[in-house]
Structure formats: structure tokens, C-alpha cells
Write a protein that binds this ligand. Structure first.
Ligand SMILES: NC(=O)c1ccc[n+]([C@@H]2O[C@H](COP(=O)([O-])OP(=O)(O)OC[C@H]3O[C@@H](n4cnc5c(N)ncnc54)[C@H](OP(=O)(O)O)[C@@H]3O)[C@@H](O)[C@H]2O)c1
Length: 267
């Protein structure tokens, strides 16, 4: 039985690549994709089977990964509904803001997992938030974890309402770090550094800091304290950030993204 991707865009390609590099035979992966050129590229790049028809692809397996944009989700669900009645699939949706309830209403015989990956998944450095109903078995959860683990880290949340917060933190989160990088590059140039030097300094500082924080030896707060000598340069900058309301601004930004996610999901 194949793992079936409905939609063969960026995210599907990244997950298919991850599955193959973690040992799934390409012959056990099917994908549906409306554009002939994209189908040819999927078959050429991965050796998986690419179908023009969603139902033809879905007929090859009982794990369906819905990797289409949210705006086409309803028409895709209508197409797949008759087949879901026969194959009772595990359906994993990565579409932003589409609730499990909406999928379950269209495919009552399916077990549904909702996933929120982020763009660094495209380079194997993503993180995916996952949520499933009680009807999804432990084995199915493990299979879902394995699917997304090939694109980075994985975190399960019990309450689907928290998926809006997941979206706000890690789904949208790369953009917050990019914004900080942009602002630091502009500030470095304002201090007289050439643009290429500013870029080298900022991007490598971001990478180094992320790697130190990620290795888990110390919390971000402790790492920050360790590099902040009293009365020094770092302390001067951090005081300016904190006096300017950095923590409250970050909390408001994430709250705004959570609220917007809820609105988009119709909640
Ligand atoms: N990229 C991210 O970082 C990210 C993060 C979290 C969640 N997501 C979610 O992941 C989903 C896919 O995102 P993506 O970045 O991979 O988008 P994408 O590259 O646009 O992929 C969507 C694919 O679905 C195809 N498609 C369109 N209509 C279809 C239909 N009726 N049946 C089957 N396939 C159809 C598209 O083909 P055409 O190009 O021909 O239209 C395209 O190849 C979205 O719902 C998005 O919200 C993405």
C-alpha cells in the first residue's frame, strides 16, 4: 500500500524526499498533481508514481497526505469522499487553517491528523506540530511522526485549538527570525559596515546562536546571561531591547498570529 500525496508542490516534494532518504521504496509512494510538467519532475526526481487524477492516486493506498492549498481543499475532499468510504484511510492534512472537523465532515470514514510544518522543512530543518483525534491509533501516530521526522523535528499537541498557536509560533516563526536578521543587517550598515560584511556577520551569528540554543546544553535565557557582562556592550543593547518592550511586543505578535489563524479556520 502506498503513501499517497494529494498535491505535488513544495511541501509534498520535501516529504517525499524525506521518506525516500529514510528508506521508503519510491514504488510505495504515489502523488497526484494537475500539471504534467510537475508530474514528470516528480517521477524523474523521486521515481514515485505521479497521477493526474486524485482518485487514481488515492486508490493506491490508505494513507493520504493532503498537501494542497486550503482554497482547493473542499473540492479535493468532495472528489475523495466516495473512495474514503471504501478504503477508510488515515488522512494527514498539512493545509493551514483547515480543521480536522472540516475534513472529518467530508470524509466520515477517515481518521484525521492535522499537521503544521514550516518552510525550513524544505532543507530538512523544519519542525511540525501534529494533532490527531482519539480514533487515530498509536501505530498511525508513529507512522505520522516518522513521515514528518524526515523533514525535521516533530511535536504533538493534544488539543486541536492549540494548532493556531503552533501556526503562530513555528508555522509563521521563520519570518520573525528573518525580520530580526533584516533589521540587524540594516543596523549594521547604518553603523558603517559594508553590506556584504553585515550579511556575513548577521547570518552567521543567527546560525551560531541557533545551534548553541538547539544543542540543549543551556536554556536560551542562560546562554544570554552568559554572554552579557554587567556594564558591557551586550548589556547596553539588551537594555534597549527590553526598555523598548521587546518581550511584550513578541507576545502581542504571536497573539495576533494565533487570533488570525483562528479567524482563518472559521473558529
Ligand atoms: N510551504 C510551507 O512552508 C507550508 C507550511 C505549513 C503548511 N503548508 C501547507 O501545505 C500545503 C501545501 O503548501 P505548498 O507550499 O506545498 O504549496 P504548493 O507548492 O502550491 O503545492 C500545492 C500543490 O497542489 C497542487 N494542486 C492544486 N490544485 C490541486 C487539486 N485540485 N488536486 C491536487 N493537487 C492540486 C498544486 O498544483 P498547481 O501548482 O498546479 O496549482 C501544487 O503542486 C498548503 O495547504 C499550505 O497551507 C505549507
Amino acid at each position: 500500500m502506498s503513501t499517497v500525496f494529494i498535491g505535488g508542490g513544495n511541501m509534498a516534494r520535501c516529504l517525499i524526499g524525506g521518506l525516500i532518504s529514510s528508506g521508503t521504496p519510491a514504488t510505495q509512494i504515489a502523488v497526484s498533481e494537475p500539471f504534467a510538467n510537475a508530474r514528470t519532475a516528480l517521477e524523474r526526481d523521486f521515481g514515485c508514481r505521479a497521477f493526474a487524477s486524485n482518485t487514481d492516486a488515492a486508490a493506491t493506498g490508505a494513507t493520504w497526505v493532503l498537501a494542497v492549498k486550503p482554497q482547493v481543499m473542499d473540492s479535493v475532499l468532495r472528489e475523495l469522499a466516495p473512495l474514503a468510504g471504501q478504503s477508510e484511510p488515515l488522512v494527514i492534512s498539512i493545509a493551514a487553517g483547515v480543521t480536522r472537523g472540516r475534513i472529518q465532515a467530508a470524509l466520515p470514514q477517515a481518521r484525521v491528523v492535522r499537521a503544521m510544518p514550516n518552510t525550513p522543512a524544505l532543507i530538512g530543518a523544519g519542525v511540525t506540530g501534529l494533532n490527531a483525534g482519539d480514533d487515530v491509533s498509536l501505530l498511525e501516530r508513529e507512522r505520522t511522526t516518522a513521515l514528518f521526522a524526515s523533514a525535521g523535528a516533530v511535536a504533538w499537541v493534544d488539543d486541536e485549538a492549540l494548532m493556531d498557536a503552533v501556526t503562530a509560533v513555528s508555522g509563521s516563526g521563520p519570518a520573525y527570525f528573518f525580520l530580526l536578521m533584516e533589521a540587524m543587517i540594516d543596523a549594521a550598515i547604518a553603523q558603517g559596515l559594508p553590506a556584504d560584511v553585515a550579511g556575513t556577520l548577521v547570518l552567521n551569528t543567527a546560525l551560531g546562536a541557533a545551534r548553541m540554543a538547539h544543542n540543549g546544553e543551556a536554556s536560551p535565557a542562560l546562554l544570554r546571561e552568559r554572554v552579557t557582562s554587567p556594564g558591557g556592550t551586550t548589556a547596553a543593547a539588551l537594555k534597549t531591547f527590553l526598555d523598548g518592550g521587546f518581550a511584550a511586543l513578541t507576545a502581542s505578535a504571536i497573539e495576533a498570529a494565533t487570533r488570525r489563524g483562528r479567524e482563518l479556520a472559521g473558529g
